[in-house]
Write a protein that binds this ligand. Structure first.
Ligand SMILES: Cc1cc2nc3c(=O)[nH]c(=O)nc-3n(C[C@H](O)[C@H](O)[C@H](O)COP(=O)(O)O)c2cc1C
Length: 184
């Protein structure tokens, strides 16, 4: 009998067309193990969080939370702005995390990677680990995928052209496949 595929939801911290981080998710689709599916979900339609709307959230938020619930794991591409996670990603996590007793993030396994400047989003990824504590998402320590000087590694459309980085993403996905087994 064919084994059921692992469904990953890919979330980028950037909504610009030629985003390097969204490019990392497309590269992950290229090197994806045959046991996995990866859907890339754009945060472009998620409005700013407003607690007044929590009991009757916008449709885009309802859809986003359903996509998270239906996935076996999340794959984040972390854009770093001003030494932290981009507002786009933090805002989406804030929506998804509410109400706390009904958060689809609770207990969710995930992996992350990021493309940025000299430190390859290291600072933002470490902040994201802190966010994962309260939202109760679970990731592993290694490998880290820190894509430094991203402007050298992507073309003008945001497609990854660097083979060693693709190999690193493959290692991350293989590790995630093993990690998810611990939660099933
Ligand atoms: C507001 C702003 C703040 C930024 N801060 C950082 C930073 O702290 N660290 C970093 O590596 N790059 C920083 N950058 C550069 C981004 O890494 C770069 O714009 C990158 O392309 C953004 O990710 P994206 O390609 O997925 O959109 C910043 C860019 C912007 C627009």
């Amino acid at each position: 009998m064919e084994e059921k595929k692992i469904n990953l939801l890919g979330i980028s911290g950037s909504i610009r067309n030629a985003s390097y981080n969204t490019g990392l998710l497309r590269a992950a689709q290229e090197v994806l193990p045959s046991s996995m599916n990866l859907e890339i979900y754009s945060l472009a339609k998620i409005p700013l969080y407003n607690g007044d709307l929590e009991s009757n959230p916008p449709n885009s938020v309802i859809e986003f939370k359903s996509k998270i619930s239906e996935s076996d794991a999340l794959l984040f591409a972390i854009t770093e702005y001003n030494y932290s996670v981009s507002g786009v990603l933090k805002n989406a996590i804030d929506w998804a995390s509410r109400p706390v007793k009904n958060s689809p993030l609770n207990g969710k396994p995930f992996a992350m990677m990021g493309a940025g400047g000299a430190l390859g989003t290291a600072r933002a990824q470490y902040h994201f680990r802190q966010i994962a504590v309260f939202t109760n998402m679970h990731t592993f320590n290694k490998p880290e995928v820190l894509v430094t000087n991203a402007y050298e590694k992507f073309d003008s459309n945001g497609n990854l052209k660097d083979e060693p980085t693709k190999e690193r993403i493959k290692l991350l996905l293989d590790t995630l496949a093993q990690w998810i087994k611990r939660f099933q």
